[in-house]
Design a protein around this ligand. Structure first.
Ligand code: ATP
Length: 339
């Protein structure tokens, strides 16, 4: 098997919490707290979880917009420990939820898409022609839209411009941060289809950040489920979504209406309370105060949920043949015997 394009090892990003007149450091928000994964060329890994679990912080740390507190990111064999270089800034691009929230609304689409070429001093001779070609590739009109201003475009068209801008330097890895969350349901499918086509044509690798399981289902090859700064489950798409192994994954999926048979109300798992404060996460398994399976455990196992923090471990380690073979890792050792 080829070497991974991206390796993330025990990555942490803690934000200091300061209080008092002297603004002393009194603790830390553990936004990302020891996350590891690998991404191979041409594949899509989705990171899914509720708002505030640390997905965006993880994405920003991976692409070097934010510095890790600990751990390492390795891209194509080179560590980012010393900062990102020009080649990394060309080869790794981000598609944002709303591409124009950070862009100059007074620039035309043509100039916005060409801007990374100007910054990187590339294609001086044929920039306009190249940008027009790219607009066509992403489903826009190469003439009409080239001179348009962002406010003249629909949400879907704006996201197509965001994708063209991310592609203009011919990157290897795209980090897609909630790429369709800001769009009407009716235009989402078109954007997801475009992303799939571009991946097939260009061999792109995607790291998809999404709170929306239905989006993940349409795009991802593998899925990582994130809760309170940690991964609780990581594996192939179908395995994780159709046969969740972690109680949090189960709860997250049970709240998503299914296309054919929506779960009956009594199949929905209602998690008590809201996610705990990432500045003061629970001891042991971070999910244990809300876990619907814990009451079915015997006293010893329930006590271990509070005492021991489970790490991602390959299923099947307990010797259950039903669970081995799919390489899925899960951070919960205490599923009841009848599961
Ligand atoms: N600059 C910062 N300083 C302090 N805390 C931060 C900072 N950025 C994020 N956080 C906190 O880190 C945690 C994770 O935030 P993050 O935005 O990464 O989550 P998320 O899963 O992407 O959620 P959302 O989808 O709502 O953006 C949250 O508790 C958030 O309040």
């Amino acid at each position: 098997m080829s070497d991974p394009l991206l390796s993330v090892r025990e990555l942490k990003r803690h934000y200091p919490v300061r209080s008092g007149i002297l603004k002393r450091k009194t603790g830390a928000v553990r936004a990302v707290d020891g996350v590891s994964f690998e991404l191979r060329q041409g594949e899509t890994l989705a990171i899914v979880g509720e708002s505030g679990c640390g997905k965006s912080t993880l994405a920003e740390t991976v692409i070097g917009l934010d510095e890790p507190t600990a751990g390492e990111v390795v891209f194509d064999g080179a560590s980012l420990a010393g900062g990102v270089d020009k080649s990394f800034r060309r080869r790794v691009q981000m598609v944002f939820q709303d591409p124009f929230s950070t862009l100059n609304e007074r620039m035309t689409v043509g100039r916005l898409v060409a801007e990374p070429l100007v910054i990187h001093d590339e294609r001086e001779d044929d920039r306009a022609a190249y940008v027009r070609e790219l607009l066509e590739t992403v489903g826009l009109d190469p003439v009409r839209h080239y001179d348009a201003f962002p406010h003249e475009l629909s949400g879907g068209q704006r996201q197509r411009v965001g994708i063209a801008r991310a592609l203009v330097l011919d990157p290897d890895l795209l980090v897609l941060d909630e790429p369709v969350s800001a769009l009407d349901v009716s235009v989402r499918a078109g954007i997801l289809e475009l992303l799939r086509e571009l991946q097939a044509e260009r061999g792109l690798t995607y790291l998809l950040i999404s709170h929306d399981v239905s989006v993940v289902r349409q795009v991802a090859d593998r899925v990582a489920v994130m809760y309170l700064g940690e991964f609780v489950e990581l594996g192939e798409l179908a395995g994780v979504l159709d046969d969740p192994a972690h109680p949090y994954t189960e709860a997250l999926l049970s709240s998503v209406p299914r296309v054919r048979a929506e779960p009956a109300p009594d199949e929905r798992i209602r998690l008590p309370g809201s996610p705990p404060d990432p500045a003061d996460p629970p001891d042991g398994c971070r999910f244990h105060p809300r876990c619907h399976l814990r009451e079915r455990l015997d006293d010893d196992a329930a006590a271990r949920c509070v005492a021991d923090e489970p790490t991602l471990t390959e299923r099947g380690d307990g010797g259950d043949p039903r669970q081995s073979g799919d390489g899925r890792t899960v951070a919960c050792h205490f599923r009841p015997a009848d599961e």
